[in-house]
Design a protein around this ligand. Structure first.
Ligand SMILES: Cc1ncc(COP(=O)(O)O)c(C=O)c1O
Length: 366
């Protein structure tokens, strides 16, 4: 087995998966570090006692905006804050006009796909591509928007975004990327400024509470994309303008913000700032190395990120084995989905490989 770097033990000490549980299910939900829960509990107490100051709670979300921008390598002014991925996709979908053409994988995640399918009802053409390897070929002149996930949730495969962006640029199409299963492990550095819209749900690999998502909007769309969810928080004076017009919106992508669940965003700020530190210290590389190692041990191709999705053909048997050995993972289609994070170590990978390898479709039928 490849030797992995030794991670700062103080990072793992911030997490508390149940004793005896091997948690390889971050792609379903990430575990919160101690500082996140402490910050949320302090806010809950202030809420309970009535001593909390709502403007202070509200401002905490700005820390999350800044940290997320750093994680993806984009200016904070390009980042809008929202409660879920479909809100960001819905915003982009609202900009589509009859006759526009959207290209996306046929098996794209529903929160990306559904808001775009709704646009079909007003005359937007939707092209669903069955073979993911033909996605770039389907981006032909007349395509308006290409929508895809950076990491396929069913296979763990990182899609060739640079190639898709190049193809989209060649025909004048926009790109909407759901990078939920990529950030903070799959770097977007080289292409981030060329992608029109990047949406990310933060409750998985970004270790945030549920109800936190981001839409990074490229500069040329800020102010052009209709702010259909405009609200008091997205105004130019959120702490003083509560009644009446005119429609005066915040500068930057904050004009697309949707009012914040305060305690949720307080937790998000804490998790995201830790991730920024860990990314800078190189501590996230080990999670990727663990996933790569696990893929090798299960004799399947490594997808390029932290998701490892070996094919199975007897889900009941696999479910029973996982329950017996207290290994937490997910099922997606005909594959098991295992995913690593900073709280995992080589012992987790050893255990998972020993439990899962004998159950895999290619091993059972060999
Ligand atoms: C690729 C992807 N995007 C987004 C989400 C979350 O979507 P939403 O924010 O609509 O709950 C998931 C959840 O499984 C996902 O797999």
């Amino acid at each position: 087995m490849a030797r992995l770097s030794v991670m700062d033990p103080s990072i793992r000490a911030m997490f508390h998966p149940a004793s005896g549980l091997t948690y390889l299910d971050t792609a379903t939900y990430g575990l919160p570090p101690d500082p996140t829960l402490l910050a949320m509990r302090a806010a809950e107490e202030a809420w309970q006692s009535g001593t909390g100051v709502w403007v202070e709670w509200d401002r905490e979300a700005e820390r999350a905006r800044a940290a997320f921008g750093r994680l993806i390598g984009a200016a904070a002014a390009r980042v809008a804050l929202m409660p879920g991925v479909s809100v960001g996709v819905g915003l982009v979908a609202a900009d589509l006009k009859p006759g526009d053409r959207v290209v996306m994988p046929a098996a794209e995640f529903t929160s990306v796909m559904f808001p775009l399918l709704v646009a079909r009802e007003r005359g937007v053409e939707i092209v669903e591509v069955d073979d993911i390897d033909r996605l770039a070929d389907a981006i032909t002149p007349g395509t308006t928007l290409v929508a895809l996930s950076l990491v396929q949730m069913q296979t763990g495969r990182v899609l060739p975004v640079a190639e898709i962006v190049e193809r989209a640029e060649a025909v004048g199409a926009q790109v909407l990327l759901d990078a939920t299963h990529g950030v903070p492990f799959v770097p977007l550095g080289d292409v981030i400024d060329r992608i029109d819209y990047v949406v990310v749900a933060a409750y998985k690999h970004l270790l945030c509470p549920r109800g936190v998502a981001f839409l990074a909007v490229r500069e040329d769309h800020i102010g052009r994309l209709p702010p259909i969810f405009s609200n008091w928080r997205s105004s130019d004076a959120p702490y003083s303008h509560f009644f009446g017009g005119p429609l005066a919106l915040a500068g930057g992508a904050a004009q697309y913000d949707v009012s914040f669940g305060w305690i949720t965003w307080i937790g998000a700020a804490a998790s995201l700032e830790l991730l920024v530190d860990w990314q800078a210290a190189g501590a996230l590389d080990e999670s990727v190395a663990l996933a790569r190692d696990l893929a090798g041990r299960l004799e399947i191709p490594w997808g390029g990120g932290t998701l490892v999705c070996p094919p199975i053909d007897d889900p009941d048997r696999v479910r029973a084995a996982l329950a017996e050995h207290r290994l937490k993972a997910a099922f997606r289609g005909t594959a098991l989905r295992l995913s690593t994070h900073v709280y995992n170590d080589t012992a987790d990978i050893d255990r998972a490989a020993a439990i899962v390898a004998p159950l895999l479709a290619h091993r059972v039928s060999a």
